[in-house]
Design a protein around this ligand. Structure first.
Ligand code: GLA
Length: 671
């Protein structure tokens, strides 16, 4: 099960042109006449890239060892005929009925012992040896059949790994978990030490005694829970690697990826650890219709995706043209919203814009999910907007390959997210993303670009680094963050950071252990607030969720708590470090408080907005290696807005007038 690094293939960007445009294509749901009409419509819309066959295993192999490739051969040939490149799926995201009947042991099992049955999708566990064998089998057959097909540009391996089910509690999973633990710890003594099993008589005599953290009378061992989370993320990726190994053997030059779900809603997979195994990062993103700030959540997801991609261009593998079918109330996108969404992803580093799905299904549970070709056909707003988007993306071809420019970074770590939200913490109101997203929102609203960076990745080149609720942190990562401050950056660390190491062992001697020296503070006790209560701070601002007993130990107090029992205790501190500074935030400020703090941090760090603009305009700049500078200005308001920039609006082809119309977008090739 160990991963052999296999020489990488050519870049997908060699295989596709411009800003690619398309979506999931499920022709198996349609008669040939419709598939032929699809070809005309694809040309009308300017589609040049499609993911094909994601859920087609049962039709490709209707009985074990019996294949029906006729329809897919035609589809591949026809798509090639109109110049469309294909991200061909390995078709493994939904096992066929014959396989489940023969091998029900492939089915996933929940913590409570319930086996999840077929009739939907993703009904397999990644640790099933049988499933891995069959999945590798269909993958090999597909690879052999299409290895020389001129339309094949990318392998789309499985689909949204970890979607619907991301924790697996069956017997085979338990065995794989034990093996994973044995490899991680070597000896049972090391595991006992790491999990702190002296507590509650949890000591293990051998690896054989260990089970996944299932349903138990009370709170479970946090080390076991954290490792189980790590294991599940690893198991999904290990399954992916097994399929990629097959593809590399047969098609060494064809790149491979799988579509991630990076957003504020996906916690279970450590995508930073997955990134090195994907030849190109691909992400799916869906708006939550009920969120009035859904465009800010989109920006967060796109920035996170770019972070996972290490700043390289990425593929937006799926988003929706309009409504989805899986929220309680599926409001359509407003006129122009799809264009704004699509170009917001491009603004934040996507070089391909794709949708779920090409043609809206007439049957099945996703029939009310929007698509590029709606039920109503061509005479619809959605279709007209799709055609307009295709035309817009063609005009943006010069943007391809350019990179987003940011001088601010937010440190992001899935492991800290997991560890900080395991039960029995000082407050259930401390949620990993809340403060992080409050800062991201503030920077978004100001037009300040920010990168999401893993704590152990290079922080060179960032003048402002925000470290929010980084509860658990390894020594090297803490040193990396400290080095950013001494090297000249303004670094802000928040409460509930640096508390534990990667084993989730508390760093003793006072909080925030890993950052105590950097920040010049020592916290002796946490004072989380009761539900709904607020605190007044010395400058009149208001905060909530958290307070604590901070002592200065080299830092200066900038602001303090008021009232009993923390009157006068610092709530915000600053320490000059090397050529930079380290700030400590000991509470969760309200929106005004965040704004005034961000003002100070931007002023000190010299980080400024991408351009000047009226409120409500989203701003991002991408720069290309040959000096091209592309300013994306997305007007999310219903009034015309001013943007101070000069150059050519690539979408109109005219000189940028300084005004972006209500709800529209300008992409300015700057002078
Ligand atoms: C996910 C899946 C798609 C489809 C969409 C619907 O992204 O990958 O197959 O189910 O959700 O939003």
């Amino acid at each position: 099960m160990t991963h052999q690094a296999i020489p990488g293939p050519a870049s997908v960007w060699n295989n596709i042109e411009g800003i690619s445009f398309g979506g999931d294509y499920n022709p198996e749901q349609w008669p040939v006449s419709v598939r032929l009409e699809d070809l005309e419509l694809m040309q009308e819309a300017g589609v040049n890239f499609l993911s094909v066959g994601i859920f087609s295993w049962a039709l490709l192999e209707p009985a074990e060892g019996q294949y029906d490739f006729g329809w897919l051969d035609d589809v591949m040939d026809n798509l090639h005929g109109i110049g469309v490149k294909v991200a061909l799926a390995a078709a493994t995201a939904a096992p066929p009925a014959w396989l489940v009947r023969k091998h029900p042991e492939i089915l996933p099992v929940r913590a409570d012992g319930t086996t999840l049955g077929p009739g939907s999708r993703r009904h397999y566990t990644p640790s099933s040896a049988v499933y891995r064998k069959y999945a590798a089998g269909i993958t090999r057959v597909l690879a052999e059949r299409y290895k020389d097909h001129p339309a094949l540009a990318l392998w789309h391996v499985d689909n949204e790994l970890g979607c619907h089910v991301s924790e697996f509690y069956g017997e085979e999973d338990a065995a794989a978990f034990r093996l994973w633990l044995e490899r991680r710890y070597g000896t049972i003594g090391a595991l006992n030490a790491a999990w702190g099993t002296a507590f509650w008589s949890q000591h293990y005599g051998s690896f054989d005694e260990i089970l996944p953290p299932g349903v138990a009378p009370s709170t479970l061992n946090p080390g076991q829970q954290l490792d189980f989370q790590r294991f599940n993320s690893w198991a999904l990726m290990d399954y992916y690697r097994g399929l990629v190994a097959v593809l590399r053997e047969v098609t060494p030059a064809v790149p491979c990826t799988t579509n991630l779900m990076a957003s504020s809603a996906t916690k279970s997979m450590d995508y930073f650890s997955w990134a090195k195994d994907l030849d190109v990062i691909a992400n799916d993103h869906y708006l939550v219709a009920a969120d009035p700030e859904r465009h800010i959540e989109l920006a967060f997801s796109a920035d996170l995706t770019r972070g996972i991609a290490g700043g390289d261009p990425w593929i937006l593998m799926e988003h929706s043209t309009s409504a989805v079918n899986w929220q309680p109330r599926n409001q359509p996108k407003m006129p122009g919203e799809m264009l704004r969404n699509s170009l917001a992803h491009v603004a934040r580093g996507a070089d391909a814009v794709m949708f779920f799905q090409w043609r809206q299904s007439f049957a099945g549970s996703e029939k009310f999910h929007s698509a590029m070709v709606p039920h109503g056909g061509r005479d619809t707003r959605v279709w007209r907007e799709v055609v307009d988007l295709g035309a817009a993306l063609q005009l943006l071809a010069p943007v391809r390959g350019s990179r987003v420019e940011s001088r601010a970074a937010i440190v992001f770590d899935y492991e800290a997210w997991w560890a900080s939200e395991i039960d029995s913490k000082p407050s259930i109101d401390v949620r990993y993303l809340d403060l992080l997203r409050a800062f991201h929102r503030s920077l978004f609203l100001r037009g300040v670009s920010v990168d999401m960076v893993h704590p152990s990745a290079s922080l060179d080149g960032y003048d402002l680094v925000l470290v929010c609720t980084l509860y658990s942190v390894a020594d090297e990562a803490a040193a990396n963050i400290a080095a950013a401050a001494s090297g000249g950056a303004t670094v802000l660390v928040s409460y509930f950071s640096g508390i534990t190491d990667e084993k989730d062992h508390v760093r003793l001697g006072g909080y925030p252990g890993a950052f105590r020296e950097l920040l010049g503070v020592r916290v002796e006790e946490f004072h989380p607030l009761l539900a709904g209560s607020q605190l007044k701070l010395s400058d009149g601002s208001v905060s909530s969720i958290w307070s604590e007993h901070v002592h200065l130990d080299g830092a200066e107090a900038i602001q303090a708590f008021t009232g009993y029992p923390l009157e006068g205790v610092p709530s915000l501190t600053r320490r000059a470090v090397g050529t930079g500074a380290a700030w400590y935030l000991a509470t969760f400020p309200d929106r005004d408080g965040i704004e005034s703090l961000v003002d100070r941090l931007l002023e000190e760090s010299g980080v400024s907005p991408v351009a000047g603009a009226d409120a409500g305009v989203e701003l991002t700049r991408r720069r290309s290696a040959d000096g091209g500078s592309f300013l994306f200005a997305i007007n999310h308001t219903r009034a015309a807005a001013t943007v101070r920039a000069s150059g050519t609006d690539m979408l109109s082809g005219e000189r940028f007038t300084g005004t972006v119309e209500a709800g529209s977008v300008a992409v300015i090739a700057e002078d």
